[in-house]
Structures are given as structure tokens and as C-alpha cells.
Design a protein around this ligand. Structure first.
Ligand SMILES: Nc1ncnc2c1ncn2[C@@H]1O[C@H](COP(=O)(O)OP(=O)(O)OP(=O)(O)O)[C@@H](O)[C@H]1O
Ligand SMILES: [Mg+2]
Length: 500
């Protein structure tokens, strides 16, 4: 590696929260014109480090240097002035403002007395154009899809013309095309001489993108840029400490029908979808973003009510008017947008886990708290959720641990059919493997699983059959073993074109 001068440098940065050292004497050099990956399991301190760099948290000790000079990033405005722009794991957009206003928030064009609206709109249009995003600058952010909002976040960072752009899991809401587009953009910014600090649990995209990587564990650097090979199996080994089968698929599918979905329609995108799921089967749903996969899941969970068609479970026709009906019928949903759909932030992890399965821990009219604790702690262990989740408020856990809590909840609820919408999004590779093993346990017990995933490697490896979704219908059903990644990308894209 050639000699290169770091622009930004962290020296022995430590950040404590009550009971946890989130960053433990972290040293890191960030060099202009490089994409630096920040890796590590859930709760290892990645987002905390990002928040130190963007002025949200002050380090308890240690130094931050810019071009060799110590700097204090006392608040987010100071960090922005110093040239650091951040795309957060949690969105920071103002839902009620327009796209253009969000992009220019804090830096409105014009003078003290007048905002130059046309300049703002034009500027926003230019930035969106640069990242090939077809979003109207006048659209209200709250009305955009999650993917749309994600892209606006990125546009905002780019518009700020920062020398360092930090992205904390920017692709969780993006489809493969959008991810590729984002990566091309980041490469251009890198070649422009900027620093990109990139966090993602999708190791496939990390190794494709980054020039170098740092791995954290329990708040410490366990492998610095010089020590980390940018290669999946080496990274997994350093993160997990052992080599596991990445996709431990067990073949448990039977032709014994569990779910029979017959030409269902909803007023939310689903337009004549039909498919079956056998006992022990994992039925994957593939398709591009917005094809209707999530909406099919919502229909199965009673969130969107059927206008036409029928859902039969174990041969019995279901009338699902709410998610309560779906839960009673034995259907569980791990929703895609866990932040807004899934969690009670002011309750502990344990309470969040047991909430949908109270029937299992009730004896007569009494809650059996010992049983609740036993069952929930079993799941906390097998999903490798941080042990503090039993008592800590969910709002204080790391993003990935929050996601695991929602998964644990539905496993706790003991359903017959599990609808998993992007179940491994945002969780570390060790936990992903644990989720795959749980899927195997479910199918071995004769349960059915519907798997929605934008990670095509995962979808192909873990499904028995895959239905391609386009415009709210299943347009093809294939044996997963007969498909490869390219087929899946092509099938989804072709179908969208055909339907267009
Ligand atoms: N505001 C806070 N108050 C208390 N503890 C916190 C707070 N923010 C983070 N922590 C704790 O600090 C540790 C590091 O969390 P952090 O969010 O940085 O992890 P992460 O590496 O980003 O994880 P993930 O991959 O799940 O997003 C965790 O133990 C977390 O519970
Ligand atoms: Mg995080």
C-alpha cells in the first residue's frame, strides 16, 4: 500500500454509556480517495463511533484530528462545517417538509431575509440528477417510500459537498439496482478525493465496494485497515471467530399443503396473487422493490384486507380483518420496517418479545413470569441478542439488536406460518446464521415460511421454491435450485418490463 496521509484521524477515542464502553480506545485513519468499511457485530460500537464523528456524542477521552490538527466536533453543526456529512442508520429527515427543503435544511440558499426557492429547487434537482434519482424535489418526504427517503438522505449528504461522507447502513431499504447505483456514485465521489466511511452488514456489497476495512468487537478495534483482508470468508472468520456454513439450508419441504393463496387482491398493490406453501417449506418471494412482495405479506397478516380471492390455512378459509385475526389463525409477520411497525421503545426487550405470545405464558388468568423469562431468554441466547436485552429498554439497544427482538417475538408466538420480510437486514453475520438455523428448526417442525429478501444469495440458498412477484402478482414459480442470482435479477427485471 502506498504511503498516504490521513485527513481524519481518531486517536484512542473512548465513549462510555452507563454500563457499557461503546468505543474503547479506538484509533482509525481515514485517507482521502478511499472507501473505508467499518464492520463488526451488532452492538460493537459502529454507530456510536459515527455519532462521535458527526458531533452527536462527545468522546470521554481521546482525540480527533483533521489534517494533523486536533479538532473538537462540539455539535452536529460544527461537524458539518468541518466537512463531515452523515447518512444515519435511523432516518433524520423531516417528514412534513419537501425533498428540496430537506436537502438544504440548515443551508438554505438566499440571504438573511429571503430564501431563494427556485435556486433551492434547481439545486435539489441537480443533486438528485447526479445520483440518477427520479424524485420530485417538491414531493413531501413523508409520502415517499422508504427507499425514496433513503435516497434523499444520501442526496442531502452529497449536496453538503462534504469531504467525508459517512453512511451507516445506507442500503437496507434499497433494491439491487439502487444499491448498484449508489455504489457507482460512491466510487465517483471517492475518485473525486473524498473519504467515504461505509457501514453495512451485507458483506457481499462491502467487499465489492470498500478499499479497506476496520473490524470492531466490543467497542475495540480487533483488525485495522492493514490487517483486514477485503474478502468475505476472512472477515467472517475475524468477526465470528470461526468458520460456519454461511447458508446452512436444511431440506424439510413436503407437498402437504399448509397455505393456499388463491388470486388475492387488495387495494394496496396486490392484484391476483396465487401460490401455495407446503409444511416444512420455505417459499421465497423475489422481485424488484415495489413489486408487491411486502404488500402480499401485509395481506397475509390482515393488515391490508382482501377485496377478492381467498387465503386458506390448513384447508380452512380465513377471514383476516386485522393482524389480531392473523395472529389467532397462527400467522406471524416479521415486518420489513421494524422501526415503525415493530417495537415498543419504552419497554424492555423481554416484554417486547413476549407481547404477541401472551397465550403461551398465561395460566388461568395469571401471567407465568418465570415461564416468560425462560422462553424469552432461550431466544435471546439462540439469536445471540445482547444479554442486557432482557432488562434494558429497547430504545437503548443497537439497531441490529432491536431487529433481533422483533424476530424473537414471533418465534415466541409459536405460529404455523411465518412471514419473514427481510429478516436478516441490519443484523450481523453471526446472527444471520442463527436466523437461518431457526428457519431450519421451524421447517423441521412442519411450519411454513414465506421469505422475502433483497439479498439474492440468501433468498436462493434458503428457499425451496421461489415465486417472482411483479405488479402484485406471482408471475413465475421455480425450484430455487434451478435458479442462480443472474436468473433472479433478470426474471424480476423482465417481468417489470413486460408488465410496464
Ligand atoms: N444512547 C445510548 N444509551 C445507552 N447505551 C447506548 C446508546 N447508544 C448505544 N448504546 C450502547 O452502546 C453499544 C454500541 O452500540 P452501537 O449502536 O454503536 O452499535 P452498532 O455497532 O452500531 O450496532 P448495530 O450493528 O446493531 O447497528 C451497545 O451496547 C448499545 O446498547
Ligand atoms: Mg448501528
Amino acid at each position: 500500500m502506498e504511503e498516504s496521509v490521513p485527513v481524519w484521524e481518531l486517536r484512542n477515542v473512548t465513549k462510555r454509556f452507563p454500563g457499557v464502553v461503546a468505543n474503547d480506545s479506538v484509533s482509525l485513519s481515514l485517507v482521502a480517495g478511499r472507501i473505508h468499511g467499518l464492520l463488526g457485530e451488532n452492538g460493537c460500537g459502529k454507530s456510536t463511533l459515527v455519532k462521535v464523528l458527526c458531533g452527536v456524542h462527545q468522546p470521554d477521552s481521546g482525540e480527533i484530528l483533521c489534517a494533523g490538527q486536533p479538532v473538537v466536533l462540539s455539535d452536529p453543526i460544527a461537524a458539518r462545517r468541518a466537512g463531515i456529512a452523515t447518512v444515519f442508520q435511523e432516518f433524520s429527515l423531516v417528514q412534513t417538509l419537501s425533498v428540496a427543503e430537506n436537502i438544504y435544511l440548515g443551508r438554505l440558499p438566499g440571504n438573511r431575509w429571503r430564501i431563494d426557492w427556485p435556486a433551492m429547487r434547481e439545486g435539489a434537482r441537480r443533486v438528485l440528477g447526479r445520483i440518477h434519482v427520479a424524485i420530485d424535489p417538491d414531493a413531501i418526504v413523508g409520502e415517499l417510500s422508504t427507499a425514496g427517503q433513503q435516497l434523499v438522505e444520501i442526496a442531502k449528504a452529497i449536496a453538503a459537498n462534504a469531504s467525508m461522507i459517512i453512511l451507516d447502513e445506507p442500503t437496507t431499504a434499497l433494491g439491487p439496482d439502487e444499491i448498484a447505483e449508489l455504489h457507482r456514485l460512491l466510487l465517483r465521489l471517492r475518485d473525486d478525493g473524498r473519504i467515504i466511511l461505509y457501514i453495512s452488514h451485507r458483506l457481499d456489497e462491502v467487499v465489492e465496494l470498500v478499499d479497506e476495512a476496520t473490524i470492531l468487537k466490543d467497542g475495540r478495534v480487533v483488525s485495522n485497515a492493514a490487517e483486514t483482508p477485503v474478502e468475505i470468508s476472512a472477515i467472517v472468520l475475524k468477526m465470528v471467530g470461526r468458520v460456519d456454513e454461511h447458508f446452512p439450508k436444511a431440506a424439510n419441504a413436503t407437498s402437504d399443503a399448509l397455505l393456499d393463496v388463491r388470486s388475492i387482491h387488495t387495494s394496496n398493490r396486490v392484484a391476483g396473487a396465487s401460490f401455495t406453501v407446503g409444511r416444512g417449506e420455505v417459499f421465497g418471494l423475489g422481485g424488484v422493490l415495489g413489486s408487491g412482495r411486502t404488500e402480499i405479506a401485509r395481506a397475509l397478516f390482515g393488515v391490508d384486507v382482501l377485496r377478492q380471492g381467498e387465503i386458506r390455512l390448513r384447508g380452512k378459509s380465513l377471514k383476516l380483518l386485522s393482524s389480531r385475526d392473523a395472529i389467532a389463525a397462527g400467522i406471524a409477520l416479521v415486518p420489513e420496517n421494524r422501526k415503525s411497525d415493530g417495537l415498543f421503545f419504552n419497554f424492555s426487550g423481554l416484554e417486547n418479545i413476549s407481547i404477541a405470545g401472551l397465550g403461551r405464558i398465561t395460566r388461568g388468568a395469571m401471567l407465568d413470569h418465570a415461564r416468560e423469562r425462560r422462553l424469552a431468554h432461550g431466544l435471546i441466547r439462540s439469536l445471540r441478542i445482547t444479554p442486557t436485552a432482557g432488562t434494558a429498554l429497547v430504545g437503548e439497544l443497537s439497531g441490529g439488536n432491536q431487529q433481533k427482538i422483533v424476530i424473537a417475538r414471533w418465534l415466541f408466538a409459536e405460529a404455523e406460518l411465518f412471514v419473514l420480510d427481510e429478516p436478516t437486514q441490519g443484523i450481523d453475520v453471526g446472527a444471520k446464521i442463527a436466523v437461518y438455523q431457526l428457519i431450519n428448526e421451524l421447517t423441521a417442525a412442519g411450519k411454513g415460511v414465506i421469505l422475502i429478501s433483497s439479498d439474492y444469495d440468501e433468498l436462493l440458498a434458503m428457499s425451496d421454491r421461489i415465486g417472482i412477484v411483479s405488479r402484485g402478482r406471482i408471475v413465475a414459480i421455480r425450484d430455487a435450485r434451478s435458479l442462480d442470482k443472474a436468473d433472479l435479477v433478470k426474471a424480476s427485471a423482465d417481468q417489470e418490463e413486460l408488465a410496464a
